[in-house]
Design a protein. Structure first.
Length: 294
């Protein structure tokens, strides 16, 4: 099994033909107006309306306009169909409208409407406590595995050289900075974290998501006991890293400004659907979209 990057046409076909069928399966907290922002990343930077402003390859858009006091005034997206149209045609449906900082209308350019390489939503939320997410990345696991296998004096310390020395770059998926073994390990770690949430924190609502290159683990309880402040999140990071030795990205857990890949969105770098899963035995091949298999 090998991987490749999705083409712009495949991305558009996915969000037009396949993605809408998953909307009813979204976790309840993912709505048009709940997350404080949606965000898109593009393969190629796209111009904005104002001259002299750098082209953008990543944009965040608020789901609500707010007044000076921070109170919500008007919604940028009235329902998820509006979000979907923004994903499919970002420049034509930019919530910033005709603002100078909106994406430039393709009708005024030679460049086409950009296609999103990634779709994100903000973990910070209008209607509920900030969603707690733990990120486990196969790239981190591969680097740690390579570092343990190769004596320090045998490599210069360059990450790519280190991975090449232990055969990671040649292993399937060839050319990526991890192997399928590392992805499988990330998913296993994900279910370990889920057990920790349930056993150590008495969490009743959790979720593990195959992220395309690893696993995302959610603690979704709305009980006040789980509305962790910054210090508590630092303690959680220390617990997972030091006590359980799970290689997480601690910044994702701690930073209120973080965005996460939208479940059922397309990870275009690997042609995989970001998929909620129920077992560590999940077969990543099953996450390949039908529009790409055909």
């Amino acid at each position: 099994m090998s991987w490749r990057q999705a083409t712009c046409e495949e991305i558009y076909r996915y969000y037009t033909e396949e993605f809408p069928s998953y909307i009813d399966e979204f976790p309840s907290f993912i709505t048009a107006k709940g997350p404080k922002q949606y965000a898109l990343a593009f393969r190629e930077p796209h111009p904005v309306r104002k001259d002299g402003v750098p082209d953008k390859d990543f944009i965040r858009r608020d789901t609500w306009q707010t007044n000076a006091a921070g109170d919500r005034s008007s919604a940028a997206f009235h329902d998820f169909d509006d979000v979907l149209e923004f994903i499919r045609h970002p420049a034509r449906n930019d919530p910033l409208g005709r603002s100078d900082f909106a994406l430039a209308d393709p009708d005024l350019l030679e460049k086409p409407d950009p296609r999103p390489d990634a779709v994100y939503y903000a973990l910070d939320h209008w209607e509920r406590p900030w969603v707690l997410l733990v990120d486990i990345d196969a790239k981190t696991i591969a680097r740690e595995r390579a570092a343990q296998a190769v004596p320090d004096e045998d490599v210069s310390g360059d990450s790519e050289q280190l991975l090449d020395a232990v055969g990671v770059l040649e292993a399937d998926p060839a050319g990526y900075p991890y192997s399928f073994e590392d992805i499988e390990q990330a998913i296993e770690y994900g279910f370990e974290v889920r057990e920790i949430f349930e056993d150590d924190f008495s969490a009743e609502e959790t979720m593990v998501v195959y992220s395309g290159q690893g696993a995302h683990v959610y603690l979704l309880d709305t009980d006040p006991a789980h509305r962790y402040d910054a210090k508590s999140r630092e303690v959680l990071n220390d617990l997972l890293q030091d006590t359980y030795e799970i290689p997480i990205d601690p910044v994702v857990t701690a930073d209120r400004r973080r965005v996460a890949r939208l479940p059922y969105s397309l990870h275009a770098d690997v042609c995989s659907i970001v998929t909620p899963i129920e077992s560590p035995n999940f077969d990543v091949r099953s996450a390949t979209p039908e529009v790409i298999q055909s």
